[in-house]
Write a protein that binds this ligand. Structure first.
Ligand SMILES: C[S@@+](CC[C@H](N)C(=O)[O-])C[C@H]1O[C@@H](n2cnc3c(N)ncnc32)[C@H](O)[C@@H]1O
Length: 285
């Protein structure tokens, strides 16, 4: 039936939406900021209205929705090992007053590390936002090789990671613990007791739409388990692995924080590693 929806959209346009309905800060951070960054990087090298795009680790799909509504993308396939994207139609209704998400958005739940190449025609562009720090380390090479095989020659792959593990809040626990580099200084048990003791609301821009499913204590456990599963990837390793499977670097930007490194960490890790909190990497095939 998706061809009927596409035809209907071609004739009548997308369902109406209104950004003035937005109340949720997580939604806003993805609908505005993340989508604008992807547009700047990917829209600079590909024509978004005609490109076939793949979003690896699409999460709830809000960024994809914004790329369609605000930046003219027409075909984005999102893949993820979780099914947060199933909430997108109700999120779009609630945050944009939109009755139906665009037919050009498709989603798929995948098994971690399962090959994707050959499942669909080659794509023009791949993007991945805040995902590759969560992929199991031994799956990085096979997944990047597979994504290389999914991309057409001349296509582009944009990767963003923030916060990088060795940066002040690289634990992804800032919503519960605002001590910089605490994860490099404290034991796991100490970190968990900080999280357990946390009371009150957490930063709205860091509260995703999964929070309600978990509840306060369940979300603490979920976020802590996510911390424990981080692969500790560095920007250098990301470049080394992706170029090792055949991509070439088109452009990269590494952002750094200006913070005083604690004495206990100085000399233990390179300053560059401790201060580099974000990487944007545009790869070509
Ligand atoms: C921090 S979330 C980011 C989601 C989304 N990109 C966003 O900006 O909201 C990381 C995502 O990576 C997904 N993920 C982790 N390992 C994965 C894997 N091996 N394959 C695909 N997705 C994966 C998680 O399920 C999660 O949705």
């Amino acid at each position: 039936m998706s061809w009927m929806l596409r035809l209907q959209e071609r004739l009548c346009g997308l369902a109406p939406w209104d950004a003035r309905c937005i109340t949720d800060e997580w939604f806003r951070a993805h609908f505005d900021y993340a989508a604008d960054v992807v547009q700047q990087w990917v829209g600079g090298v590909l024509d978004l209205p005609t490109a076939r795009l793949l979003n690896f680790g699409c999460g709830d799909g809000i960024t994809d929705l914004a790329l369609m509504l605000r930046h003219g993308a027409t075909a984005i396939h999102g893949v993820d090992i979780r099914r947060e994207y199933a909430k997108l139609p109700s999120i779009a209704r609630e945050q944009l007053g939109m009755s139906r998400i665009p037919a050009g958005m498709t989603f798929e739940t995948i098994t971690p590390g399962a090959p994707l190449a050959g499942k669909w025609p080659l794509v023009d562009g791949i993007m991945s936002w805040s995902t590759f720090e969560h992929v199991q380390r031994d799956q990085l090479v096979p997944i990047f090789s597979d994504l290389h095989a999914c991309l057409r020659p001349g296509g582009y792959f944009f990767i963003q990671i923030e916060p990088l593990f060795f940066s002040p809040f690289g634990s992804h626990l800032k919503r519960y613990d605002d001590v910089p580099w605490h994860h490099l200084l404290a034991t796991e048990a100490e970190l968990w007791s900080v999280i357990q003791a946390h009371q009150g609301p957490i930063d709205a821009s860091e509260t995703d739409f999964g929070f309600a499913d978990f509840g306060v204590d369940g979300y603490k456990k979920f976020v802590f388990n996510e911390y424990r599963a981080l692969n500790r990837l560095t920007a250098d390793e990301l470049v080394e692995i992706t170029t090792g499977v055949g991509f070439h670097v088109v452009r990269q930007v590494r952002r750094h924080v200006e913070m005083e490194i604690p004495a206990a960490l100085r000399g233990k890790y390179p300053d560059e590693l401790l201060l580099n909190n974000e990487v944007f990497l545009l790869l070509g095939k």
